[in-house]
Ligand binder design. Sequence first.
Ligand code: SAH
Length: 226
Amino acid sequence: MSNLDLEGVGMTSRRTRNRLVTRLRDAGIADERVLDAIATVPRHIFVDEALAHRAYEDSALPIGHGQTISQPYIVAAMTAAVLGDGAQANGGPRKVLEIGTGCGYQTAVLAGLVDRVFTVERIGSLLDRARQRLDALGIRNVRFRHADGNLGWREQAPFDAVLVTAGVTHVPDAVMEQLADGAALVLPVGHGDVQDLKRLERVGDAWRQQTLEHVRFVPMLRGTQT
Ligand code: SAH
């Protein structure tokens, strides 16, 4: 990894990053905690050097293996949905499971906002690179696992929130079972290229459900690969 210029210059500078934050605010992201996290995490180190100059555009970009780094607007909207409105009796989620680490950008944004993040990725080489990037950023409250996220992370359950960054046709049972009471599950659900971004909240044995956006995620697959 060569583009570990954490501060950035020109198209990767702090000022360029702040323009992205302004754009997200204009697009309706209102949670200042989330906007601060987006302003803080250098997105350009999560993409190939050849694409670094486009890192602060509000678009998805390829990260290899047919996968993409999510569009910043979607990262912001999903993060806000995970945090909730801050009105919960417990003061918001502390222990969060992320399924689909990818390049680790969403992971890094989340890590600044909750106590602990557990992240699972099925492609070993993506996971290793994500781990190196978060390490370079000095982020220490994330645990990584190379596994099939359809199974969740049983040993660490229950979670206060779960975020899935790949499209599913139905919510995996194992993941449902690993949510604490009051926990939120944020995930893209649908058949085909476009999914509904949903937020499910566990209320005892019942689920409260909201649809937030139309989104376009790569599909959640089964098993693992190197
Ligand atoms: N938030 C990430 C999005 C990555 S795209 C980012 O901004 O980079 C979705 C990721 O989900 C891909 O890396 C893909 O390999 C991973 N994925 C797909 N199916 C999975 C599964 N069953 N378990 C874990 N990860 C999975």
